[in-house]
Design a protein around this ligand. Structure first.
Ligand code: EPU
Length: 422
């Protein structure tokens, strides 16, 4: 159980390269199940969630290796155990996205029900309903989702919207299953996140026939088989947004390489709104804050809205403005475990249901704090960079799930973060 000691406040400068996207890599790794043979994926980051997904695929029968240039090679020639084990899925909820491809390839899949986590209940009813619409028989047994389609899946028009809008991994599951279904599937209210676009592009490169990519209506003509693929995943827009917030909270100038601004319009809009400059430059951007920042209101929404995965980091940032901001969480209404921890660092945050009122303070003060989930821990690291004194963040394993060696990226820029194993 590692902890971080973060000395602040610091100014950052220099340039940082953004990794490939975790949330694009995970469903794309699962998609290799659909195409027997060896696929090679570039820019898959070295993260604990990626290792867990790799373990899950190995348990199915796949062979995984990292090539000399870091490519992740997945050989899915043999899949002889279509079971997603509880011990892995409970630790990495994205494991649920093997359900659709396993069912399509093997006609049967058993995947553990993921259960809740620190950001809320996280049901999978829409995944299940979508697969049932494609003809799967699904029941629950001993905490496992048992899905069967011995005679194959059949294309259908499916509405995938739920009480909080579209579902990212639910769309991924049904989309992957539909590529091998007989006939045409229409997914209405599909998630439009860039990670789903990346998955759909990868599937098409494997031989799938998907139209409407990037829109809420995906049209899939089922094919008989898919081929293994070489594919490079997109840069991680959430890691990029976290580094943008790092530049902003420390009143610094940072150059981000390998980041796609087109995927981040809502985030850049909020940054510009509070007085941070974001200029496109090469394959990335220059983020600069020279003066004070202004308060702003943020509502998280499915893409292209402001991402829930940056809500915590921007809450840390807005806690240092001169005035009141309002943050409304419309994707995961309970995703506020960081509020109490940031208040321990002298932020002034008041939570009312899915809303947090952020009353700006002049400074944050270091404190021992506890990471509760991946993005909440990123917010605590950002707060630690700006706070006076030494912030101690425990349960750093949460951050390792989604940020590759964050301290090794931040320290060359001027941060003073030490990792201690206890
Ligand atoms: N929902 C349902 N029923 C379902 C599925 C979802 O009601 O069957 C609800 C959820 O409870 C939530 C909303 O729909 O209120 C959206 O959830 P979604 O299914 O889109 O989330 P997810 O696919 O499980 C992915 C990311 C999350 C990210 C969300 C939202 C991956 C591996 N995970 O989760 O990323 O927050 O989309 O953008 O792609 C993270 O990286 O830290 C992270 C949590």
């Amino acid at each position: 159980m590692d902890i971080f000691h973060i000395e602040g406040p610091v100014r950052l400068s220099g340039s940082v390269s953004i990794n490939g996207s975790k949330n694009a890599s995970l469903p794309i790794m699962a998609a290799t199940i659909l195409a027997p043979g060896e696929s090679s994926l570039k820019s898959v980051p070295h993260l604990s969630d990626i290792s867990l997904c790799g373990q899950l695929l190995q348990q199915l029968g796949c062979k995984l290796t990292r090539g000399p240039d870091g490519d992740l090679c997945i050989d899915s020639t043999v899949i002889d155990n279509p079971v997603g084990d509880y011990e892995i899925v409970r630790r990495m909820r994205a494991g649920i996205c093997i359900l659709g491809p396993l069912l399509a390839r093997c006609g049967r899949a058993e995947v553990s029900m993921p259960g809740g986590c620190a950001i809320g209940d996280r049901p999978v009813n829409l995944h299940i309903r979508g697969l049932q619409e494609l003809g799967a028989q699904i029941h629950l047994k001993n905490g496992y989702i048992i899905a069967e389609a011995p005679n194959g899946l059949r294309g259908k028009d499916i509405f995938m919207g739920g009480p909080f809008g579209s579902t990212v991994l639910g769309t991924a599951n049904v989309l992957m299953a539909a590529t091998l279904a007989k006939g045409r599937t229409v997914i209405e209210s599909a998630a439009c996140e860039p990670e789903i676009t990346d998955l759909a592009n990868c599937l098409n490169k494997m031989g799938a026939k998907i139209k409407g990519i990037g829109s809420p209506r995906l049209i899939i003509e089922g094919v008989r088989q898919l081929q293994p693929v070489e594919f490079e995943v997109i840069p991680d827009r959430i890691e990029a947004g976290t580094f943008m917030a790092a530049a902003a909270i420390t009143a610094s100038e940072l150059r981000l390489k390998n980041c796609r601004l087109d995927d981040m319009m809502a985030v850049i809009d909020r940054l510009r709104n509070i007085g941070v400059t974001v200029d496109a430059e090469g394959d990335g951007c220059l983020v600069t804050r020279t003066g004070p920042i202004r308060p702003a209101d943020i509502t998280t929404q499915p893409y292209p809205g402001f991402p829930t995965d940056l809500q915590a980091q921007f809450m840390a940032l807005l806690s240092l403005t001169d005035g009141n901001s309002v943050i409304i969480e419309k994707v995961f209404p309970d995703r506020f475990m960081h509020v109490a921890e940031l208040n321990r660092m002298a932020a002034n945050l008041r939570k009312e249901g899915p809303v947090v009122i952020v009353a700006g303070v002049k400074k944050l003060i270091a404190a021992p704090v506890m990471a509760s989930d991946l993005r909440a821990s990123a917010a605590l690291v950002l707060a630690g960079l700006a706070a006076e004194g030494t912030t101690i963040v425990s349960r750093v394993y949460h951050i390792d799930r989604g940020y590759e060696k964050i301290e090794e990226k931040l320290n060359p820029l001027g941060a003073k973060i030490t990792r201690q194993s206890i």
